[in-house]
Design a protein around this ligand. Structure first.
Ligand code: ADP
Ligand code: 5GP
Length: 246
């Protein structure tokens, strides 16, 4: 049985890491690719667990040696997925989940067209800002400049939602976790014939509703809130960021 490659992307602070860690508690047979990065560890992050933290010099050497399946510069730091992650998951027939940005996702899709891609959206800019702020406070740092940098990148990243097969709006955490689990189970069922143990009809229904082509009703208010489309569904040229204080 071939392992399935799942790509998950989202604007920073949307809750992607939270979703991934919840789903990994529920499902077996899926590995998480620990990326390499030149950014400094944040909060309680540990080398080898959230990321392999390394120097820019070493990262450049790894690029030159062709060690990355994909890599990109995000917020001024390099991030990359090593080919080894994929090889290791394949060797044990496990699925592999990549938490990577939109640039990296495009590279993986170009190399491995069979990858399943999932885009996670926060419900609106205000919620995103609150989550980013809460996270930095919980991690013991409150870098407002970094927070606004990540917020201003969010709408640009969201415009790439069209490239992804599935869309998740992470509003209520339990619901988003159930949707991500359903997508993994549905793909295992369709690609590998793996049976779904509990309420298979419901699981397939939940996953189908997350397909981009079926998710327009949930997408529309998010795209409007981020100023990507107008309420008439037309592309918006100017993005007026919501500056309300929490
Ligand atoms: P990302 O990995 O996308 O950058 P995180 O998983 O670190 O985001 O989540 C950012 C913050 O938002 C964290 O403090 C997390 O606990 C919180 N969070 C994530 N999902 C939800 C949710 N559905 N409701 C409320 N808070 C959430
Ligand atoms: P953070 O610094 O918040 O952990 O991550 C910042 C961004 O880098 C997120 O969008 C995350 O998905 C992305 N990222 C993490 N690892 C990789 C990777 O290996 N490759 C690419 N292209 N992006 C990554």
């Amino acid at each position: 049985m071939a392992g399935i490659l799942f790509i998950i992307s989202a604007p920073s602070g949307s809750g992607k890491s939270t979703l991934v860690s919840e789903v990994r508690k529920q499902l077996t047979g899926i590995d998480f690719s620990v990326s390499w990065t030149t950014r400094a560890p944040r909060g309680s992050e540990q080398d080898g667990r959230e990321y392999h933290f390394t120097t820019r010099e070493n990262f450049l050497q790894m690029i030159a040696a062709g060690e990355f399946l994909e890599y990109a510069e995000v917020f001024g730091n390099f991030y990359g997925t090593s080919r080894r992650s994929l090889e290791q998951a394949r060797a044990v027939h496990h699925d592999l989940l990549l938490d990577i940005d939109v640039q990296g996702a495009a590279q993986v899709r170009a190399a491995l067209a069979e990858a399943v891609s999932i885009f996670v959206l926060p419900p609106n800019p205000k919620v995103l800002r609150t989550r980013l702020r809460n996270r930095s406070r919980a991690e013991g740092h409150a870098d407002e400049a970094e927070l606004y940098r990540r917020l201003s990148e969010a709408s640009k990243e969201i415009e790439n939602y069209k490239e992804y097969g599935y869309i998740l709006v992470n509003d209520i955490l339990d619901r988003a976790v159930a949707q991500l689990e359903a997508i993994v189970q549905a793909e295992r069922f369709y690609r590998n014939g793996e049976p779904i143990a509990y309420r298979p009809g419901r699981v397939l229904e939940v996953a189908a509703a997350c397909r981009q082509s079926n998710a327009q009703d949930r997408l529309q208010p998010v795209l409007e809130a981020f100023g990507i489309i107008s309420s008439e569904g037309q592309p918006q040229l100017n993005f007026d960021e919501d500056h309300d204080d929490d």
